[in-house]
Design a protein around this ligand. Structure first.
Ligand SMILES: [Zn+2]
Length: 64
């Protein structure tokens, strides 16, 4: 029931967000949709956060 990723509030510090997201602090940036923190830069960059991606999949809007 609670398996969807959580939004990371933009007030969260980068180091904590990086630990949650499994990336480096310098890769952290704001989500294009909700402004929550996501692994936005670097090799595996995700312009939208895991939560928004999960919502997109569930509602059928698809990624991107
Ligand atoms: Zn988001």
């Amino acid at each position: 029931m609670d398996e969807a990723p959580r939004r990371i509030d933009p007030t969260t510090d980068r180091v904590s967000a990086a630990l949650v997201l499994g990336c480096s602090p310098e890769q952290i940036g704001p989500c294009a949709r909700c402004q929550g923190l996501t692994c936005r830069y670097g090799r595996n960059a995700q312009p939208v956060c895991p939560q928004c991606r999960a919502v997109g999949v569930r509602t059928g809007t698809g990624p991107g």
